[in-house]
Write a protein that binds this ligand. Structure first.
Ligand code: SF4
Length: 63
């Protein structure tokens, strides 16, 4: 699994950091920061949920 984000689209809602705090955080402006670009399989469900809940569809999960 590989996680990428589009910070230009991010609206800083924080859904990702709430759903998957091991993988996502927010910077001082509230924009998404990826903590792990290749998280383990045990985090797959949380990461997909975060991507689904992101209101600006800024999160991409591949692999
Ligand atoms: S859920 Fe989407 S819009 Fe909200 S902080 Fe995360 S990446 Fe940005």
């Amino acid at each position: 699994m590989r996680v990428t984000t589009d910070r230009d689209r991010c609206v800083g809602s924080g859904q990702c950091a709430m759903q998957s705090p091991e993988v996502f955080d927010q910077d001082d402006d509230g924009l998404v920061v990826v903590l792990q670009e290749k998280p383990g399989a045990e985090l797959l469900e949380d990461v997909h949920r975060a991507a689904d809940l992101c209101p600006s569809q800024s999160i991409r999960v591949t692999g």
